[in-house]
Design a protein around this ligand. Sequence first.
Ligand SMILES: Cc1cc2nc3c(=O)[nH]c(=O)nc-3n(C[C@H](O)[C@H](O)[C@H](O)COP(=O)(O)OP(=O)(O)OC[C@H]3O[C@@H](n4cnc5c(N)ncnc54)[C@H](O)[C@@H]3O)c2cc1C
Length: 474
Amino acid sequence: MEGMYPLGVIAASILAFLLLLGIHGRWGKGRKATGKRDSGAVAAGFGGADVIVVGAGVTGSALACALGKDGRRVHVIERDLAEPDTIVGEVLQPGGCLNLLELGLEDCVDEIDAQRVLGYVLTKNGRSAKLSIPLEKYHVDVAARSFHHGRFIQRLREKAASLSSVQLKQGTVTSLIKEDGIVKGVVYKTKSGKESKAFAPLTVVCDGCFSNLRHTLCSSKVDVPSYFVGLLLKDFQLPFPNHVHFILEDPSIVLFYSISSTETRCLVVVPGQKVPSIANGEMENYLKTIVAPQVPTELRDAFVAAIDKGNIRTMPCKSMPADAHLTPGVLLMGDAFNMRHPLTGGGMTVGLSDVIVLRDLLRPLHDLHDAAALCKYLESFYILRKPVASTMNMLADAFYKLFSASPDEARKEIGQAYFDCLSLGVRGLRGSARLISAAAGIVLPLMKAEGVRQTFFPATFPAYYRAPPAQLKQ
Ligand SMILES: Cc1cc2nc3c(=O)[nH]c(=O)nc-3n(C[C@H](O)[C@H](O)[C@H](O)COP(=O)(O)OP(=O)(O)OC[C@H]3O[C@@H](n4cnc5c(N)ncnc54)[C@H](O)[C@@H]3O)c2cc1C
């Protein structure tokens, strides 16, 4: 690539680290599916279900498949069963693909015109670094995939619905049913508007980033540091096919990746808590006058053509540490529970990893009606997921903070330093105290929010030892 930037290796190495985490950031690698339940052994649930899953996005659908395959009777209630049309969740990292494999759902990326992602191209100040995903040691195809999110979700939903133990219904859950401090089920509105109730010893809330149920279950603060603005480019070939292109500029980071054989998604990060208005043309103006000049020439014409075509869409980039209250009978999962900046595309991988943790954790527990025992297992879930999920969260938020626009000169210098590792040596000690202090300013609050003890020393919690032995680190 023109102007290939050898000193951008450090920036690439952060991303490589993320990718490796993406690959390794999962539970159950190399573990055999032990303790498979036979469906006859499952205790009868309230109203016939063992588990109610609220929301059939990636987390809820995968969870329904995982628990349904283990013989649990699962009742999934999803607000809208039509194919989602969205700009979120279009790149599944290699770790997410491995998680799909572990769940037996790897064919959900087939037949949707998904594109293999073989690496990443980072461009800063007109110079680029190309990074390949190290896939050689895997005997199966775990290349990341990019696709239409809605098509992937429909495949997962079809899989769930095909299991005789899973019932997938359209309905909107409006509240949780609580008795004596224990969640016993949910109230929901059916498609026809009729109010109905469903009961089960365990309810898993996976209603996504706009969750209206989580406020009673956690006290996490949602941070919205920026927005993603989405454009669609038709019949355009990226300079490096099968690579996600990151343009790391100030004030906007821009991403390009294919979502089908004929379509390329462009996402522009707009920092701040407010985006320019699309309706009055401010957004078009922002994209054309501020962002377009920083887009490499080989991508610029297609970028401007996509703006002219319209259909500009926005989504808030939310970040929220996991901080659920332990409530008997209920669990929060997916974006409803925990979010990180979407720049590194880790959300679906974390959701799938959590599904594996919960599936394996519940396997020895045949009777979910034992509320006290179940509650202890739920407590273990929150501890056991921490090392993987928190590490991915911290890296995603740190990567965003490092490369996003900042008035802080020291932070800008760190971002540049990752592209120019020698500059640290050249500048010597003069600025290093400032850089270390700025780096600490990024990482320490993230570590604090995630919980240092849970993330780095999970074995100091008694709940850690409640996991099946295979889940404990050797
Ligand atoms: C702009 C953007 C880009 C992103 N890009 C990526 C990416 O490339 N890769 C990646 O891995 N992650 C990405 N993410 C994150 C990823 O999209 C999420 O982590 C993931 O979709 C979360 O899945 P979920 O199942 O928890 O929630 P969702 O996918 O939001 O699913 C929630 C489901 O619950 C349903 N629901 C909501 N309320 C109710 C209710 N009351 N009753 C019944 N059903 C209800 C909804 O209809 C929906 O189907 C991105 C996020 C954003 C914001």
